[in-house]
Design a protein around this ligand. Sequence first.
Ligand code: ZN
Length: 138
Amino acid sequence: MPDCIFCKIINKETPSKIIYENDLVIAILDAFPSSLGHTLIIPKKHFVNIYDVEEEYLVEIIKVAKKLSLAYKEVWGIDNLQLIHNAGQDAQQKVFHFHLHLIPRKAGDGINLAHAQVDVSEEKKMAFWEKLRKANFS
Ligand SMILES: [Zn+2]
């Protein structure tokens, strides 16, 4: 995609701090980090988000997340982190090329990325669950 910042990074048209790279995936330091070491794991093929990413790439992205998590622990002693994927504008996706955030965390870092809690009625939960538990997940 010509105007995609991540495609430009993958093609080395835009500089970035590459942490790891293989045939399918690239991992870079986020230019606007939520914490020191905030990393983006990005498929080398352009997908928008979870809705269209091919499984081969998705599997590799998770494998790389595990690999980096262990490396960050060994090298920097980072043993807390969050993995976050924002899919869609209403879910605060900013760059529309699939990416998984790996955000190192530590006690007292003052960051709050915890899930918000909202009141959802039992009736709505039941309706949601009833419809989905009968869905075909093939
Ligand atoms: Zn792209």
